[in-house]
Design a protein around this ligand. Sequence first.
Ligand SMILES: Cc1cc2nc3c(=O)[nH]c(=O)nc-3n(C[C@H](O)[C@H](O)[C@H](O)COP(=O)(O)OP(=O)(O)OC[C@H]3O[C@@H](n4cnc5c(N)ncnc54)[C@H](O)[C@@H]3O)c2cc1C
Length: 340
Amino acid sequence: MHESTSSFDTVVIGAGPVGLACALEIQRRGFTVCVVDKGALVNSVVGYPNQMEFFSTPELLEIGGYPMPTNHYKPLREDALDYYRRVAQAEKLTLRLYERVIGLEGEENHYEVVTTKGRIATRFVVVATGFFDVPVKMNVPGEDLPNVSHYYKEPYTHVDQRVVVVGARNSSAKAALQLLRAGAHVTMVVRSAELSPSVKYWIRPDLENRIKEGRIKAYFNATIQEIRPTEVDIATPEGLITLPTDFTYALTGYRPDYSLLDALGISTQDDAARTPTHNPDTFETNRPGVYMAGTVCGGLNTSRWFIENGRYHAAVIAAHLAGEAAPATPQVLQPVQMSK
Ligand SMILES: Cc1cc2nc3c(=O)[nH]c(=O)nc-3n(C[C@H](O)[C@H](O)[C@H](O)COP(=O)(O)OP(=O)(O)OC[C@H]3O[C@@H](n4cnc5c(N)ncnc54)[C@H](O)[C@@H]3O)c2cc1C
């Protein structure tokens, strides 16, 4: 248990890549900073599939000017975990891990961040809580069974097992291919008429060809209706089918934790993405002295900001806190496609 009397100039909520980028940029300008995370350091990346290859090349994931060493063209999850750990250590960031933030009291210059372990006094707050903690649910019976998960980690627990993968984006495509190659019997259930256009060009033909040759069975225009311990019901254009199944991965996406934003007093715009209210030039929210950074800024549009472009929020916020002119990086703050 930490003492509730700790006091910092800035508390960063979320020790993801963008939260760490914010912490080091702000600390470099002479402010004291504490990073609080409800889980491990870079908790979301810890939760990604083992050996997952990032889509981005290493220089696009770097923060604080530290080069990311990797033997591969694209870094693996493990490269990134080691890299962000080393950056946090090199910058001597103050970390409070496995401590969930549940509220925020007070006002600018006199805030108290309320956590599951106490309170932290701070002048400013940066919310960098990402989107990986709240899965988008299918809302079907059986979704909470132990043989259903919204998080895919690795294939070897499924050798010779019948596995259903729900979804048609990159995560589903990669999981289906990996499971197949580890000896699972894979069926994909895809709500739309085809794979998502966002599936990367180097993944798509592999999956399409495995579907064509019948090694992966795919139902398009299809939705899961119910999951039971040994079978699933799928609504298809040809009618309802029941498929014997050992495990289901519902890789149907994630969304920011709006209940946390509510608890922090951050309002939401009345737009399709339910964008959390913030000034796009400074990233300050409707609550003075409270900023937001990284994926959470896009609300339900979780592909609006990712590591490549979200890391620049750090420089903008740090400059604003320090009373400096905004950094000259407007082009990277425009909506961009993740690196091809
Ligand atoms: C499988 C996959 C592959 C990806 N590949 C790429 C890629 O190649 N390139 C790229 O640029 N992006 C990629 N992304 C997207 C990228 O990983 C995210 O956009 C990125 O993690 C965003 O960083 P962040 O710091 O904003 O949020 P996160 O990394 O999600 O960090 C948020 C942190 O906040 C913490 N937190 C949440 N709530 C609380 C709370 N109440 N109290 C305390 N802490 C809290 C979480 O534990 C977490 O550690 C990928 C995403 C996925 C899912």
